[in-house]
Design a binder for this molecule. Structure first.
Ligand SMILES: [Ca+2]
Length: 599
């Protein structure tokens, strides 16, 4: 509210008029909080400072210091399934993202729940917030459908500036591959074919969001602001003055850095004192075995990633500062999280595929800046690979795309209006991205209706965090509550501290494994053989999950040839075969001058 901007007399008259018109109880009712939800795309669990990272993130850290860090928060293993669960409050197999549109298997075509877009069986909670009197704004990546009835405007956003694709250039309209050669954007529900002259994704999304809030702030209605950053999803693109911020910083390599983060996470209380650290992926080399030139080149990728994350934090700070300036900060609830694990697959190369194909040619033409000096700039395509992704996901195993903890265990910060827990506290109860919809509806005081536009509304499977945030309950879920996952044939159930996991080879054993995450967050010890009854009980939960959500296991997956592409899976660090571990031969120092010729 900014009555102070009006002349005092006019303001006094206006207040008097409003008071005489409004019912008495409405005047005394506190205004509902604004909600700012910031999503970082593919950000790792340990990247942010307050989660143990060395990357400078003072603004996200400030939110964490004043609020709650949630250390047992789960998402889906990739972008669009997570985002569908976030908006619908249901499992992704109900909401239309049983599989990503890009990888829909032949046997899933036409099956309800596999539309590849946020389907019409679910209601986006944003529609309900809007109907409930909130302004609803979105800036950033959508990835939930491109048709007019699927875009942000149709799913509840009053104003938007949205990249409809799943990834793209940060500087221009260059798309990722031949099937989306040019990025598609909407602005306020209209498709646009031009970007602002000074466009840089992270900056522009923030500018647009500030503009949306500013445009309506005089009317006193609360707002919901969804900032869906592209950063730090690959390709890593940075403004010129951000390219060198971490130069030389990562010479220590992924093994030492992972250890450093691991220790820091224990100091901060993000991990328990006896937590363990995942084995290095068997196809990632020991850092000390890399030649200096390889270390410099591979290290440069992490430098760019870190710069991209710090830049993201910088723009989070701009939005927070703006809210402070206009006096809305104190009445705003902030939710910050990553949508899935850090990315260890080189998506650019994966799309480019085989020389001569359509995508390969697209890649050669549009992502042509392959020299390290051009990395980070327009038309370069850099992603940091599995070695650094494991650092980002310390202490977990594997990365985005998989159901090991490294694919789905993400950072979450909740702070601001309505959070009554001790500032800077850590909540380790089980939470899930599909809790967001019921939580934000409860915070906004909006009821879930039985029908929406004459259609029955799907039951929300998520649980509201509101009682936990208000300090009324200890955690959102109890020991018996459970969560399920499926993507690309990988399957998992988590109940209490136990996790039952099936992954195809070579990332899994193509059989069910059981982990006690309280003792073994790194999933190093499969205890299924020791706990047959628990396995049976959890298998029954998997059956229930699959049946309830109509899970159709895919006949094909993006990783179906992975076993042929990777070296055989062998135990790491055993020095075998010597070929892989021997130091390069260095010829002996030559004999002193004069003696060499004597034969
Ligand atoms: Ca993502």
């Amino acid at each position: 509210m900014s009555f102070h901007s009006l002349p005092a007399l006019a303001a006094a008259l206006l207040i008097a008029t409003l008071a005489s018109l409004a019912p008495a109880q409405a005047v005394s009712e506190p205004r509902r909080p604004n909600i700012v939800m910031i999503v970082a795309d593919d950000l790792g669990f340990s990247d942010v400072g307050m989660f143990g990272g060395e990357i400078r993130t003072p603004n996200i850290d400030a939110l964490a210091r004043s609020g709650v860090r949630c250390t047992n928060f789960y998402t889906g293993p990739s972008c669009s399934p997570s985002r569908s669960m976030m908006l619908a409050g249901t499992d992704s197999h109900v909401a239309g993202l049983g599989n990503m549109d890009e990888w829909l298997a032949p046997n899933q075509r036409g099956v309800p729940g596999y539309e590849g877009v946020l389907n019409q069986q679910v209601v986006s909670f944003v529609n309900l917030l809007r109907d409930g009197g909130y302004h609803t704004y979105m800036a950033g990546k959508w990835h939930l459908g491109k048709q007019p009835d699927q875009i942000p405007r149709a799913r509840g956003f009053e104003r938007d500036f949205s990249l409809l694709d799943g990834a793209a250039s940060y500087f221009d309209l260059t798309g990722l591959g031949a099937s989306s050669p040019r990025s598609i954007f909407t602005e306020d529900g209209k498709y646009i074919d031009r970007l602002p002259d000074d466009y840089y994704a992270t900056k522009t999304y923030t500018d647009k969001m500030i503009g949306f809030i500013e445009s309506n702030r005089e009317d006193g209605k609360p707002f919901f602001a969804y900032v869906a950053h592209q950063a730090p999803h690959d390709p890593y693109h940075l403004p010129n003055d951000w390219l060198r911020k971490y130069e030389g910083k990562y010479d220590i390599g992924w093994d030492a850095l992972r250890q450093q983060r691991f220790e820091r996470m224990k100091e901060l209380g993000i991990l328990g004192a006896d937590a363990n650290l995942a084995e290095r992926l068997w196809y990632v080399p020991t850092w000390s075995d890399l030649a200096p030139v390889a270390r410099a080149t591979v290290g440069r990728k992490m430098e760019l990633y870190a710069g991209l994350v710090e830049n993201l934090d910088h723009h989070v700070g701009r939005l927070v500062d703006y809210l402070k300036r206009i006096g809305e900060y104190d009445n705003t609830l902030f939710v910050f999280f990553a949508d899935n694990g850090a990315e260890g697959t080189d998506l650019g190369q994966m799309i480019a595929g085989t020389p001569g194909t359509r995508d390969y040619l697209f890649y050669v033409v549009n992502w042509s800046q392959t020299h390290p000096n051009a990395w980070g700039r327009t038309h370069s395509y850099v992603s940091y690979g599995p070695g650094w992704a494991q650092v980002s996901m310390t202490p977990f195993r594997q990365h985005k795309g998989w159901l090991a903890e490294g694919g789905i265990h993400c950072p979450l910060v909740v702070s601001g209006a309505g959070v009554k827990r001790a500032a800077g506290s850590i909540e380790d109860g089980l939470m899930h991205v599909m809790d967001i919809a019921p939580t934000l509806l409860e915070v906004a005081g909006v009821e879930l209706p039985a029908t929406y536009q004459d259609r029955p509304v799907q039951r929300m499977q998520g649980k509201s965090w509101a009682p936990m945030l208000a300090g009324q309950t200890e955690s959102t879920r109890g020991e018996q509550d459970w969560l399920g996952w499926e993507l690309w044939g990988s399957r998992a159930i988590r109940q209490g501290n136990w996790k039952l996991l099936w992954q195809p080879k070579p990332m899994g054993e193509a059989s069910w494994a059981l982990y006690d995450l309280a003792k073994d967050p790194a999933e190093r010890h499969d205890v299924a053989a020791r706990e047959p009854e628990r396995v049976q009980r959890m298998l029954a939960l998997w059956d229930e999950y699959a049946k309830t959500n109509n899970v159709i296991l895919p006949s094909r997956t993006p990783f179906e040839t992975l076993e042929d592409q990777l070296p055989p899976r062998v135990p790491v660090d055993e020095g075998y075969p010597p070929l892989k571990f021997k130091k390069p031969f260095v010829p002996p120092t030559p004999a002193p001058e004069g003696k060499a010729g004597e034969r």
